[in-house]
Write a protein that binds this ligand. Sequence first.
Ligand SMILES: N[C@@H](CCC(=O)N[C@@H](CS)C(=O)NCC(=O)O)C(=O)O
Length: 220
Amino acid sequence: MELPILYSFKRCPYAMRARMAIFLTDTICEIREVKLSHKPLSMLEVSNKGTVPVLIDKNGKVYDESLDIINWALRKNNIFNENITVEQVSYSHELIAEFDKDFKFHLDRYKYSSRYISDEKLFHRDACMTILKKLESSYSKDVWFFDNKINMIDICILPFIRQFRIADTNWFDALEEIPEIQGWLNRFLESNLLKNIMINYNTWEPENKKEFFPYKPIES
Ligand SMILES: N[C@@H](CCC(=O)N[C@@H](CS)C(=O)NCC(=O)O)C(=O)O
């Protein structure tokens, strides 16, 4: 049986959110781990913008935006359905857009600036913190952002906050002004969900044996 193909990169927050949707909806894919500095031709042929994740479904239809891949997975198995209110759905969309644009912009400049604390680095860190502090006041005080069930907002945003923490874990963990966000992130970091989507795959080469996501040892 032909499976959908997912071009992915382990640490990419967009690919992480797509893998979470695929995992949570019990979808199975052939996974092709990509090296961003050396993207496979077969991926660029179907999506020349050259970003991961890219999904090719069984009919050959290409999805090259993480949110489209999530919606593709949800169409088969809408695990988030009727879980939250219409207002929460639109709040999720707004916030995800803010993270994809503004938070990611400042995160990249904070994370990749030189090691010493420059004014520029602090400026971008502060810009991320402004967004996180706003989130802090909207947090449900439950397990996940809205309640005790994971939702779109959680899978889309947590990979970025994870990266923000990784840029300086001691500093992040010592913060006192965003306890709800820290708790939310810690539950994610300790979750089986994260373990299941952060499996190490070899970089894909066309001649390699196929690998699958979610990871299952497949006898062939
Ligand atoms: N809007 C895209 C963004 C995907 C994206 O920017 N992915 C990054 C990796 S995290 C990428 O592939 N960048 C291309 C590169 O680094 O060459 C989506 O949501 O899928």
